[in-house]
Unconditional design. Sequence first.
Length: 275
Amino acid sequence: MGTSHGTRDTDHAVPLRWYRPVSGATSTTPTLLWLHGGGFFRGSPDLPEAHIVAQVLARQGMVVATAGYRLAPLPGLGWVPSLGRQQRVRFPVPLDDVLAAYREVRAAAPGGVILGGASAGACLAAAAALSAVDEGVGPAGAVFAYGFFHAAHPRTRDSQHRSQRHRRVTHARWALDAMNRSYAGSSDALTNRRAFPGGHDVGGFPPTLLVNAEHDTMRASGDLFATELRDAGVDVEHHVLPGTRHAFLNRPGLAPFDTAVSMIVTWSRGGALTG
C-alpha cells in the first residue's frame, strides 16, 4: 500500500491511500474510490470502515483508493471556526475534495472507477457520482453502505428500523437533520442536488449497490434512495442486512462486515458493470 497526495488547488492537498492486490488485478479491473463516514464532521481514512475494508478488498483482488476530505463543523458549533489543527469547512468544499480525488484515481484507473462510501461518505460519493455524470465523466458504478442521501431524513413508521441503544439520541431525526444543516451551511445548499442527491433527478446514475443496516434511522433514506434510483431506470442491487446496526463496517471480524465486503466483491466482479 502506498500514499500519494493529489491537489485540487494551490493551498490544499487531498490525501489518497492506495491498496493494491499482490495478484489478481488486471487492466480491466475497476478501482474502488472509498470514503469514510462520520457525519461530515468527524472520521478519517484510518477508520476500520475505510482502512480495514480497503485492506480486505485488496486481498480479494480489488484495487482500492481511500480519500480524506475536509470536515464540517460540529453540529450546533458552527460559530467555532476550527477545532484542533484542521479548519472546518462546509459544502461544497468536502465535495470538491472528493471530486479532486476522483479525477486523480480516474486518471490512474484504466478499468474505470467505482465511487463508494459509508454513511456520510456514501452521501459524498453519491454527490460526486452525480457531479461526474453531469460533467460527462461518470463512474462505472457506485457502492453505498448504510448511507443517507436526503437533506431531511425521511420518517419511518416501523420503530424496529430506527437506531437503538445510544444512537436513539445521536441518530434521532432531529440530530441527523442538524448534522446536515451544519454541513450545508445554508438553506439554499440544503436543496442543492450536489449536496444531497436524494429527492432530485438522478437520471444517468451508474449501476449501484446499496447495503443498509436493518436497525438504523438512516435506513429510511437509503431505502428511499434505492427506490428513486430504480424509478429513474438505474440498475440497482439493494440489501438490508438482518439484525445489523449502523456502522457495522467499523466492526471487522463480525459476520455483517464479512457479508458486506463479500457483496461488494461479488457485485464489482459481476455483470452489473459490464453487462
